[in-house]
Design a protein around this ligand. Sequence first.
Ligand SMILES: Nc1ncnc2c1ncn2[C@@H]1O[C@H](COP(=O)(O)OP(=O)(O)OP(=O)(O)O)[C@@H](O)[C@H]1O
Ligand SMILES: [Mg+2]
Length: 323
Amino acid sequence: MPLPAGTIEALLQRRVVFVVGKGGTGRTTVAAAIALLAGRAGKRVLAVDVEATGHLAAALGQRFAEFRPRVLQPNVSGIELRAEESFQEYLGLYFKVPRLARLTPLSRVFDFIATGVPGPRDMLVVGKIAYEERRRDQGRPAWDLIVVDSAASGHSVSHLGAAKAMLTLVRGGVIRNQVQWIDDLVRDPQRSTCVVTALPEEMPVVEAVELRQRLRSEVGVDVGAAVLNRVMLMNTTPAQRSLVTALLDEQHAEAVRSRLGGNPQPFDDALELCRRLHERSEQHERQLRHAFREPVLQVPLMTTKPGLATTRAVAAALSGRAA
Ligand SMILES: Nc1ncnc2c1ncn2[C@@H]1O[C@H](COP(=O)(O)OP(=O)(O)OP(=O)(O)O)[C@@H](O)[C@H]1O
Ligand SMILES: [Mg+2]
């Protein structure tokens, strides 16, 4: 099925794209691919690794990223979020606190924020992203697009909903204003959207549908598209099946076996596997399309090496072009 026209272009028009989904469904690869496409379109891109795993840098062909932006690809810089550094930066920017290490009482506040309570910790994640969105460099926004490799499903809902939740607690003052503009950014569909990743398997699809619902109703954030990753686009044909059946029949079996130096059965198994994976991909694509009003983009199962090669192949698939 052809890609819905303009989808990637529509995503790249936003200021922030959050890539969310169940663990292992390709969040990092899809985030890296979107960043690559935006960079190629001439945008200045910031790719954010929320979990600081180093995977996003690897998907963009680099060994590491840091809390400070580091160029990973042409037009694409990357950062890794760390609660402690985010908090230090926050104190420095807004309260002109020079160095946290000297301030024992604040260190205690920091322990409270960085380790125990989920709400303020989540605020540091989304707050840093919002700060980068607002940051200006020589009179213009520092970044045209921020692509976020988010945390796994439930956790990403907490991050995205942190400002909204905090607004119910903070009634006034400077903190409320800050939290308000963060919430405004996250929940403005013109500026922010989510891409939900899934695989053609039972649980990832169920989780993607549930996640879409939670993001829209609990947080009120826009969902721009779903990505069904690792699909088997290729189906088997009757001609292929009869060829393999002929290869395996008694008449040819001996000749084929001696030519191959082994059992030809894997040909038959590979065709059957391909048929089943294709069938399963189609079934889960239908399921996802039924639940998502938004475009569902399919990304084939690649045979490229993990890392930049796979990211490039996924970028090509997302943009509807050959790799
Ligand atoms: N379309 C694809 N075809 C083949 N391999 C893929 C594809 N997409 C991703 N991969 C590979 O699958 C692995 C998992 O992908 P990725 O790291 O992007 O998932 P993730 O959702 O970020 O996982 P985690 O939950 O660990 O953060 C990686 O090795 C990646 O290179
Ligand atoms: Mg990842």
